[in-house]
Design a protein around this ligand. Structure first.
Ligand code: CA2
Length: 156
């Protein structure tokens, strides 16, 4: 079985490329999805790329990933700074998690400096723009295939 990764995108990321290019760059979410599929292919990862504007939909996707995926890349967007429930779901699922932000949240407004997700993520990447997703997948490939687990094994 191929190593399978859920790439989850939070609210308003469907607007990428349409507004605020100075902060988020000019890539659309479709471009980022293609980048993730290409990067995943080169790493031998199957990429399941999703976006939702709804907290409960994101939480359901995280919970379901336990039995279907080997790791999660997540850009929680605005929910980074508000959602204890999303953090709890990520903590409960027991999969390697890489949090990614397009912008450097620490160089922005103070309310963006804290992410509830960071405390349960294995790794946090921010400020690398859309390339951050490629970095996240490259790192997750290592986390999801630790020594001792072959790519043949199924998720729990
Ligand atoms: O830098 C990131 O990736 C963020 O997760 C993006 C979120 C923001 O709330 C976080 O603090 C940092 C915002 C995503 C919405 O992006 C838009 C794109 C175009 C137009 C409006 C919003």
């Amino acid at each position: 079985m191929e190593t399978s990764v859920l790439v989850l995108n939070g609210p308003n990321l469907n607007l990428l490329g349409l507004r605020e290019p100075a902060i988020y760059g000019t890539d659309t979410l479709d471009t980022i999805e293609r980048l993730c599929h290409d990067t995943g292919e080169s790493l031998g990862l199957r990429v399941d790329f999703r976006q939702s504007n709804h907290e409960g939909v994101l939480i359901d996707a995280v919970q379901e990933a336990r039995t279907t995926h080997h790791g999660i890349v997540i850009n929680p967007a605005g929910y980074s700074h508000t959602s204890v429930a999303l953090r709890d779901a990520l903590a409960a699922v027991g999969l390697p998690v890489v949090e990614v932000h397009l912008s450097n949240i620490h160089r922005r407004e103070s309310f963006r400096h804290h992410s509830y997700v960071s405390g349960v993520a294995d790794t946090v990447i921010c400020g690398a723009g859309s390339h951050g997703y490629a970095l996240a997948l490259t790192h997750l490939a290592r986390l999801a295939r630790p020594a001792g687990r072959t790519s043949q094994e199924s998720p729990r």
